[in-house]
Design a binder for this molecule. Structure first.
Ligand SMILES: NC(=O)c1ccc[n+]([C@@H]2O[C@H](COP(=O)([O-])OP(=O)(O)OC[C@H]3O[C@@H](n4cnc5c(N)ncnc54)[C@H](O)[C@@H]3O)[C@@H](O)[C@H]2O)c1
Length: 427
C-alpha cells in the first residue's frame, strides 16, 4: 500500500526530466511549445556588455552567442586586453568602448549584460536601465543593501527587466530537487548545511608591467569592491536556501577572519555563519580558502532524508533509516556514496512521451552543451524580453540573497547576533 502522496511521488519521479521541466517551466511561466507558437520568438536582440572579463566573456558571452537571434553590437571595458577579447567573441560589426556612458548614449541595443566588480553593479545597472535597456546583472546584486534597493527602484521606474545572475535558479537539477522536496521525500526540513571550501589564495596574477591594475584585477580581495566570500560564493548558496525554504532568515551570527592569506587583502579568508530561519530551521554556512576537501555543496536535511546538491549538476538523495520506503525507490538510479546508498537525481535521463510539452530547461537539455545553466539563464532572459515574460531570478530575489549575505558579514564583523527585519528585504 502506498499513500496518495507516495504514488504521486513515484509517478513524478518516473517522469524524470518531466519533473524538472514542469517545475522549471511552471516557475518561469513558459513552455517550449508556447515559445514555438509565438511568432518572432527568435527575432534579433541587440546586446551590449559591460565587463567582458572572466565571467562576462568566458561564461556569459560564450553562451549568449549560441542563442538564436542574439547579437552583441557593443562591448565596453576599461581594460584594453579584455575589451579586445570581448570584441572578438562579439564578432563582426560590434563597437568597442572604454566609457560605459558613451556606449549607452551612442548605441541603441536592447539588452545590457553587466559583469563588472561588485561595487560597480548598481551605478552601471541603474545607468543602463535609465538608458532604456533591459539589464542582466551578475550576482551578488549590489555591494550594499541600499545599492540593491536603488537598482530595484530604477528597474521599476524604467519598466524594463532586471535579472540577477544566480544561475542555480535556472538549473534543471535544482528544480527537480525542489519538486521532490515539496513532495515530502525529505520529511520536515530542520537543517541545511551549505559550504564552499577551496585551497588557494583567490589572488589573480597582475602583469609585471601594469602593477597599477592590482586593485582592478583583484577587486574580490578589497572591501570597497567586494563583499568577500559571502558575496562571491555564499550569495549563490544562500539564495538556494531562501528559494527552497521559501523564506528569508530571522537572525544570523558567525565568526570570520583574515587568518592565513595575510598579503594585504582586506576581506576575510574564512567565514563560518549560523542562520536561523522560520520554524526552527537552522543553516550553517562556511567558506574557507585553506582546505578543499569538502569542495562545495548544499545539503538539505529533513526528518526522512538528505538531499545533496553538488557541483551545480549533481543531486543525491539519501533516505533516513526511519523513513518509510517509497515505491519508486526500487526503480531509481542508485549509487554507493561514502558507504551509504544514494538515489541519483537525474533531471535529463528519462525519455519523454512523444508530443508531451517541454519546458525550456528540458528542451535545451537535450542538446548536451546547452544544459549549461549559464545558457539557460540567458536564454530565459532573452525569452522574457521577446515575450514580455516575468523574470524568475529578478531584483527582489537578488536583494533577498544580498541582504542575507551582507548582514552575515556585519554579524561577523561586530561579533554579534543580527536580527533581520522586513525592511532588509523589501523596497
Ligand atoms: N554567476 C557566477 O557563478 C559568477 C562567477 C564568477 C563571477 N561572477 C560575477 O561576475 C562579475 C565579474 O567577475 P569576473 O570574475 O569576471 O571579474 P573580472 O575582473 O575578470 O572582470 C570584470 C571586468 O570588468 C571590467 N570593468 C571594471 N570596471 C569597469 C567599468 N567601470 N567599466 C567597464 N568595465 C569595467 C574589468 O576591466 C574586467 O575586465 C562579478 O560580479 C562576479 O561576482 C559570477
Amino acid at each position: 500500500m502506498y499513500t496518495e502522496h507516495e504514488e504521486l511521488s513515484r509517478r513524478e519521479f518516473i517522469k524524470g526530466v518531466g519533473v524538472a521541466a514542469a517545475a522549471f517551466s511552471a516557475a518561469l511561466g513558459s513552455t517550449a511549445a508556447a515559445q514555438e507558437a509565438k511568432a518572432g520568438s527568435d527575432r534579433l536582440i541587440r546586446v551590449g556588455i559591460i565587463g567582458p572579463g572572466n565571467q562576462g566573456r568566458k561564461k556569459l558571452m560564450a553562451n549568449a552567442v549560441r542563442i538564436p537571434g542574439v547579437k552583441f553590437t557593443a562591448v565596453c571595458d576599461i581594460q584594453s586586453s579584455n575589451l579586445e577579447a570581448g570584441l572578438e567573441v562579439a564578432g563582426e560589426g560590434a563597437k568597442g568602448y572604454e566609457d560605459y556612458r558613451e556606449m549607452l548614449d551612442k548605441e541603441d541595443f536592447e539588452a545590457c549584460i553587466i559583469a563588472v566588480p561588485l561595487n560597480m553593479h548598481a551605478p552601471l545597472a541603474i545607468a543602463a536601465l535609465q538608458a532604456g535597456k533591459h539589464v542582466f546583472c551578475e550576482k551578488q546584486m549590489g555591494r550594499t543593501i541600499e545599492a540593491c534597493k536603488d537598482m530595484l527602484r530604477a528597474q521599476r521606474a524604467s519598466g524594463k527587466l532586471l535579472q540577477i545572475g544566480h544561475q542555480r535558479r535556472y538549473n534543471p537539477t535544482y528544480h527537480h530537487a525542489l519538486k521532490l522536496m515539496k513532495q515530502g521525500v525529505l520529511g520536515e526540513i530542520t537543517h541545511i548545511r551549505a559550504l564552499w571550501h577551496r585551497n588557494g589564495s583567490w589572488r589573480r596574477r597582475v602583469p609585471n608591467d601594469h602593477p597599477e591594475l592590482e586593485r582592478l584585477i583583484n577587486w574580490r580581495l578589497y572591501e570597497e569592491s567586494s563583499a568577500g566570500l559571502m558575496g562571491e560564493l555564499g550569495s549563490h548558496q544562500l539564495d538556494v536556501c531562501n528559494w527552497f525554504l521559501d523564506s528569508t532568515p530571522l537572525a544570523v551570527t558567525g565568526f570570520g577572519g583574515l587568518d592565513y592569506w595575510k598579503d594585504g587583502r582586506e576581506v576575510y579568508d574564512n567565514v563560518n555563519c549560523v542562520f536561523e530561519y522560520p520554524n526552527g530551521v537552522r543553516i550553517t554556512y562556511t567558506s574557507i580558502t585553506t582546505n578543499a576537501y569538502d569542495d562545495y555543496y548544499e545539503q538539505i536535511m529533513g526528518t526522512e532524508g538528505t538531499l545533496i546538491l553538488t557541483h551545480e549538476d549533481e543531486g543525491l538523495l539519501f533516505r533516513e533509516r526511519r523513513a518509510e520506503k517509497l515505491l519508486w525507490e526500487k526503480m531509481a538510479h542508485k549509487e554507493e556514496v561514502g558507504g551509504k546508498q544514494a538515489i541519483v537525481l537525474d533531471a535529463s535521463a528519462t525519455p519523454k512521451k512523444k508530443g508531451e510539452a517541454r519546458g525550456p530547461g528540458e528542451a535545451l537539455g537535450e542538446k548536451g552543451e546547452q544544459e549549461d545553466p549559464y545558457y539557460l539563464e540567458l536564454f530565459d532572459f532573452f525569452r522574457c524580453i521577446r515575450e514580455g515574460g516575468e523574470i524568475f531570478c529578478d531584483g527582489e530575489v537578488g536583494l533577498r540573497s544580498a541582504a542575507t549575505c551582507l548582514l552575515a558579514n556585519e554579524a561577523m564583523e561586530k561579533r554579534q547576533v543580527i536580527e533581520f527585519n522586513e525592511e532588509h528585504f523589501a523596497v
